[in-house]
Design a protein around this ligand. Structure first.
Ligand SMILES: Cc1cc2nc3c(=O)[nH]c(=O)nc-3n(C[C@H](O)[C@H](O)[C@H](O)COP(=O)(O)O)c2cc1C
Length: 218
């Protein structure tokens, strides 16, 4: 009898721990970013004077606030009444998804809720480009076009527009980085097939470019 009670109590404990763990796992799958600070930054003409590519990164991480500001500048919602974004997109398809590769894992930026959704808990930074510095940059953004959001447009149009739309987002990142004195470089040199496989992308999701961001190496 005593033994049965012990077994039942142990079982109840294991079940409750499992429930807590899965609730916790759900929680960490979606992390809310701090509200983006949208009233700062240096004057536009000064920022344009300083915009440049840099390939030398310190390993210092970006704070959650800086990451939130960066992603909002990149492709956040700047007109909540219409859901429109800081960068234009053909037909307002908003087909570019920004994946964020950090030492802690791979996340998907969700602009509506200003959250990061955990996709993989592995550090895949080294896979986001063919150059050595990509493994040191604390953040590598991966711009992925979701062709399923582009209606029945011919494939050539989907390719052209998603490349153009990525360019606007990338330039927003360049300008934010110049404003905050962060280092950045946009990159096309990527083993796209290997990266898409690791990211478990669908066939109608296409990697367009990646962009490394971090503090400059001192
Ligand atoms: C579409 C595109 C792809 C690029 N791919 C790479 C790349 O794979 N690796 C890299 O180090 N720089 C890459 N760059 C950065 C360019 O080399 C850089 O913009 C150019 O040298 C001009 O320098 P600036 O950005 O400082 O004006 C790319 C730029 C663009 C626009």
């Amino acid at each position: 009898m005593k033994r049965n009670l012990f077994v039942m109590a142990s079982l109840a404990w294991v079940i409750s721990i499992t429930c807590v763990a899965s609730i916790f796992a759900e929680e960490i799958k979606l992390s809310l970013l701090p509200k983006p600070q949208v009233d700062g930054g240096r004057p536009l003409m000064q920022v344009l004077k300083e915009r440049s590519s840099s390939r030398s990164f310190s390993s210092e991480k970006l704070s959650a606030q800086v990451l939130s500001n960066l992603l909002w500048a990149a492709f956040g919602i700047n007109r909540p009444d219409t859901g429109k974004r800081t960068a234009p997109s053909a037909v307002n398809w908003q087909e570019i998804d920004i994946y964020v590769a950090t030492a802690d894992g791979l996340y998907l930026y969700e602009a509506k809720s200003q959250t990061l959704k955990l996709i993989l808990s592995d550090d895949i930074r080294a896979l986001t480009g063919r150059q050595d510095y990509v493994r040191e940059a604390p953040v590598n953004l991966i711009y992925v076009a979701d062709f399923s959001k582009m209606g029945t447009a011919p494939k050539e149009d989907k390719e052209l527009y998603s490349a153009a739309d990525t360019g606007f987002i990338s330039q927003n990142v360049y300008l934010y980085c110049a404003s905050e004195r962060l280092a950045t470089v946009v990159r096309g040199s990527i083993d796209k097939q290997a990266l898409a496989k690791t990211m478990k992308l669908r066939p109608d999701q296409k990697i367009i470019l990646a962009q490394s961001v971090g503090y400059p190496k001192k």
